[in-house]
Write a protein that binds this ligand. Structure first.
Ligand code: NAI
Length: 317
């Protein structure tokens, strides 16, 4: 059994939805949990300590250890308070699940800059703030597990979610870099693309136009229980645990299927390394640039990509 005895984990946005499932499971496994939740609406407006407090009461009623925080991850000061609360109450920080999120959907032409900014503030800036707030402590411990919640809306695309998708893709970029930096210090960072019928997902479904709902309806029935939020708990908790030894990955959890998602490169077309290629060279060789031939290359850093360009052995999927 994967144990969280003597481990301290911060779960942001844990007052309800997916975060609630993660926090409960970690507490059941003996971990001390900082339940952070702003307690606002799906859009990210408002706030109250009620959601976090209720969740803590639920964990304590089960005999678990937890404290509540209603600070916003979107503020640097709020994120510092969350990390300080973990240190003051439990004395260390082993795991962080960046799960807090808001959502404001609209067709692109109707989308508003203030909504894009509000979503970037919670997903991307929020993940940055709290990860930075725990980083030094994890580095000192020589141990840390950080899970970044990203989304198929950002990595694959989804109509009406330009702001949300941009924020979630940004979270992936942040994960890629801190994974590079953290590995030497025992801090392993991974991305998770969950799927589950939370209040946020219900809101997204309500906003879908009729044709999309009809397209989705036939296979929704076949999904069985698999849109239950708990179907994401196993992978989230595993990535936050000592049993996870991998870093710099992105994992999709969708209807009971867990799969690695990656940003890779085709073998590509190699031009001259003395003279820059022209637009006409691109037109003439675009098929080779586009097409997967022998395998997918998975550069983990820009240096990897340079190695690929000079045909030194590169990681192959
Ligand atoms: P949810 O709305 O139930 O949970 C999000 C939680 O974050 C809420 O409890 C909310 O109060 C909290 N929150 C919002 N702003 C905050 C802030 N500034 N500071 C602290 N807490 C804040 O929705 P759900 O679905 O459980 O979402 C959890 C995460 O999973 C989010 O990051 C979401 O974007 C992501 N996600 C969910 C998917 C799904 O199918 N449910 C799909 C892909 C990603």
């Amino acid at each position: 059994m994967i144990s969280f005895e003597n481990r301290v984990v911060i779960v942001t946005g844990a007052g309800g939805g997916l975060g609630r499932c993660y926090a409960l499971d970690i507490a059941r496994r003996g971990g001390a949990v900082v339940v952070n939740d702003l307690g606002g609406s799906v859009e990210g407006t408002g706030g109250s300590s009620e959601m976090a407090n209720q969740m803590v009461a639920e964990i304590r009623a089960l005999g678990g250890r937890a404290i509540a925080s209603a600070d916003s991850v979107a503020s640097e000061a709020g994120a510092k308070c969350i990390a300080e609360a973990a240190m003051d109450n439990f004395g260390r920080i082993d795991g962080l699940i960046n799960n807090a999120g808001n959502m404001r959907n609209a067709p692109f032409e109707d989308s508003r800059l203030e909504d894009l900014e509000a979503q970037i503030a919670v997903h991307l800036v929020g993940s940055y703030n709290i990860t930075k707030a725990v980083w030094r402590q994890m580095k000192t411990q020589g141990y840390g597990r950080v899970v970044f919640t990203t989304s198929s809306a950002g990595l694959f695309g989804n109509p009406t979610q330009s702001g949300y998708g941009a924020a979630k893709a940004g979270v992936t970029g942040l994960m890629n870099v801190v994974a590079n930096e953290g590995q030497a210090f025992g801090i392993l960072c991974n991305g998770l693309m969950p799927n589950g019928m939370s209040r946020m997902a219900r809101r997204a479904a309500e906003g879908m136009d009729l044709s999309k709902q009809q397209e989705k309806a036939p296979f929704m029935a076949e999904l069985g229980n698999a849109m239950d939020l708990e179907f994401n708990t196993g992978i989230a908790v595993y990535l936050a645990s000592e049993s996870c030894h991998t870093t710099h990955g992105i994992y999709s959890s969708c209807a009971g299927r867990i799969a690695r998602v990656f940003i890779g490169a085709t073998e590509g077309w190699q031009g001259s390394r003395q003279e820059p290629a022209t637009a006409e060279d691109m037109a003439a060789n675009f098929d080779q640039i586009l097409v997967l031939r022998r395998g997918i290359l998975l550069p983990m850093t820009p240096i990897d990509e340079h190695r690929i360009a000079i045909t030194k052995p590169a990681p192959l999927a």
